[in-house]
Ligand binder design. Structure first.
Ligand code: ADP
Length: 395
């Protein structure tokens, strides 16, 4: 068996993990612990080819959760020694302007992740909690932080700076950071392989469309523009997030509608996007409603597509020359209708989808033979990307 990496994604009340075989990319085991710290939690451990282990039980904190996970590996496998575990990879949401790549975690790095908490108050403290508990649970192993923002640190100042008072921006570290970097990096590399060209020669527009959604323009393997901003609220229309709106809306809601900042935060992050437009944040349900002719669902899809099309158009301009557009994540990989809608009307720019290829499944080219810019579906694998980055660092 080849080396494996234990990949961890810790949220404030959840813990997701996967044991990844680095060479094959196979998930040897995975699991999810939810409702940590609540009155009843739920824990699941999955090993391919075996029955899932699912337990409803109280899980007091992340340390407790890791204890449960280790017991599952002991009882149900796979054996971590046999799997040749070489390191632990931690997904960290915000790496600020400091971390442009994955790093080995020591006390100093942990402190810096903590210092970045004001920029990602919901995520970095939770990621750090996971790191602390995991370092205690797996003391003999190297732990590596892989940042969602790192891939985007190549975005030039003209694209990452906001046009606000420079002192205020500097004092509060306000700039575009971008997110989903691990996924965009994975897909951009894969896209170069699929086109059979060196990464340095390939320009791509990547559309990661899941519950969270972001677009990235990649020139020669480097991110040069992305749609999320200082926070993951900016850009495309998402499951529950608004994406771009006029910031003046916030002042208006505060002054005129009397909403507090926290209420507006909740509105834009949790009650907007597909959910706000249609009453459901799940694209499958929205499509079903649109197929049934429900006007607000039809219109929601038009809003989603309009934003996507505008973003693709802008990125074509930023790149100058584009080899391919790639769709990934839950919606990007599985929704022919969203892909078609997003790129409809761009035929004059050399982007033509083939309906039959678009209707298929799996990793494939979906553009028509004469399309100047190829269009692809490329399934993302963030865990594998994290595992590879860990292996590259410690292997
Ligand atoms: P996350 O950002 O939480 O990782 P995913 O990448 O899993 O999210 O994407 C979830 C989204 O993908 C949901 O809106 C879901 O409805 C959508 N999705 C999954 N399968 C399909 C499908 N067959 N058709 C349309 N949308 C789909």
């Amino acid at each position: 068996m080849s080396a494996s990496v234990f990949v961890i994604n810790a949220g404030s009340s959840s813990l997701k993990y996967q044991l990844v075989a680095v060479d094959s990319g196979e998930a040897l085991a995975s699991g999810l612990i939810e409702r940590i710290g609540e009155t009843t939690g739920r824990a699941m451990h999955q090993v391919p080819g075996r029955d899932d282990v699912v337990e409803q039980r109280v899980i007091t904190d992340h340390a407790h959760a890791f204890g449960w996970v280790l017991r599952q590996f002991d009882a149900h496998g796979p054996d971590l020694d046999e799997a040749q575990l070489i390191g632990i990879g931690h997904r960290v949401v915000q790496g600020g302007a400091r971390f442009d790549r994955a790093v080995l975690i020591d006390d100093d790095v942990a402190q810096q992740i903590d210092d970045l908490a004001p920029l990602a108050p919901l995520h970095n403290p939770a990621n750090l909690q996971g790191i602390r508990s995991a370092r205690a649970t797996f003391p003999g192993f190297p732990h590596v932080a892989v940042f969602d923002t790192a891939f985007h640190l190549t975005i030039p100042p003209a694209a990452h700076r906001y046009a606000i008072d420079e002192r205020v921006a500097a004092d509060h570290r306000i700039r575009k950071y971008g997110f989903h970097g691990t996924s965009h990096q994975f897909v951009s590399r894969r896209m170069a392989e699929l086109l059979g060209k060196p990464l340095e020669q390939v320009n791509t527009i990547l559309l990661h469309l899941g519950n969270g959604a972001s677009a990235t323009a990649v020139r020669g393997g480097e991110s040069i523009e992305t749609s999320m901003g200082m926070t993951p609220l900016a850009g495309l229309v998402m499951g529950t997030r608004s994406g771009d709106i006029d910031p003046g809306v916030i002042f208006h809601l505060h002054r005129t509608a009397g909403m507090s900042i926290d209420e507006i935060d909740t509105l834009l992050n949790k009650r907007s996007g597909l959910l706000g437009l249609t009453g459901t944040g799940d694209m499958r349900d929205v499509q079903q409603a649109a197929d049934a002719g429900i006007p607000r669902a039809v219109e929601a899809l038009e809003i989603v597509a309009h934003r996507l099309r505008g973003t693709v158009g802008a990125y074509l301009a930023h790149l100058g020359r584009t080899d391919a557009i790639a769709f990934t994540a839950g919606i990007g990989e599985n929704s022919p209708a969203v892909r078609t809608a997003a790129l409809s009307g761009l035929e004059g720019l050399g982007i033509v989808i083939d309906p039959e290829r678009n209707a298929g499944r799996g990793e494939r080219c979906i553009s028509a033979a004469g399309s100047a810019i190829e269009v692809w579906v490329v399934p993302t694998d963030e865990e594998l990307e994290i595992a590879r980055q860990v292996a590259a660092l410690v292997g």
